[in-house]
Design a protein around this ligand. Structure first.
Ligand code: ZN
Ligand code: ZN
Length: 218
């Protein structure tokens, strides 16, 4: 069971790091999954043997179509679990990611079917993320941009937020920033921060936070 979980986690990490536009090498995975380099090497050996990944001569790790299928299925299940926790159990949106990280591995095909029946086939999770819009390029094509690049004087709607940082989500919640919320860019400041109006409150946001939020014109 432990081996299966870590295998799924590795494949998901490759898919997610790739979707963020990073070249995926074993150091990326060690950092992403907080494991040692030898652990990554051992896992990659198994995944290669199973036909889930290939490793290029320059060290880049690529998913095979089979590996991608497993990764996308686990991401889909992750989103379903988050929706279940949020929509059925009313768990706060900023608390559900860690729970889904654990539960996603326990979802059987039969339970997945039940969840889809209950929740509908919509893949957008409570953080605004979906399988269809994972890469920055795909998001930009849909008219989304990072909040750090939003234009002064315009009103935007929060499309999605980066969900793998619990402290950041708590911070966003405290500032009233969550998917669906409308905000206006008041000024872009010389120190790289932006001043926003969120529900009539002015907030100054630094680049590390503003680069974690995708917005679209409201
Ligand atoms: Zn999540
Ligand atoms: Zn999510």
């Amino acid at each position: 069971m432990t081996i299966t979980v870590s295998k799924e986690d590795y494949l998901k990490a490759v898919a997610e790091a790739e979707a963020e536009g990073n070249p995926v090498i074993s150091a990326t995975l060690a950092h992403w999954l907080a494991v040692t380099r030898p652990a990554v090497t051992a896992a990659l050996k198994r995944l290669k043997k199973d036909g889930m990944v290939t490793v290029k001569s320059d060290g880049r790790i690529l998913l095979t179509s089979q590996g991608r299928q497993v990764a996308e299925q686990i991401i889909f299940r992750h989103h379903l679990i988050e929706r279940m926790l949020s929509e059925i159990f009313d768990m706060p949106w900023y608390e559900i990611h860690e729970e889904a990280e654990r539960l996603e591995h326990a979802v059987s095909p039969a339970f997945e079917k039940k969840l889809v029946e209950k929740l509908g086939n919509n893949d957008i999770c409570p953080h605004g993320n979906s399988l269809a819009l994972r890469s920055p390029a795909a998001r930009r094509k849909k008219g989304q941009r990072l909040l750090s690049e939003a234009e002064e004087g315009f009103q935007y709607r929060v499309a999605s937020v980066y969900e793998r940082d619990r402290k950041l989500l708590d911070f966003f919640e405290g500032e009233g920033i969550r998917p669906g919320v409308q905000l206006t860019i008041q000024t872009r400041n010389y120190d790289g921060t932006v001043t926003l109006a969120v529900e009539k409150r002015a907030i100054r946001l630094g680049a590390p936070a503003a680069e974690r939020i995708w917005v679209e014109k409201a």
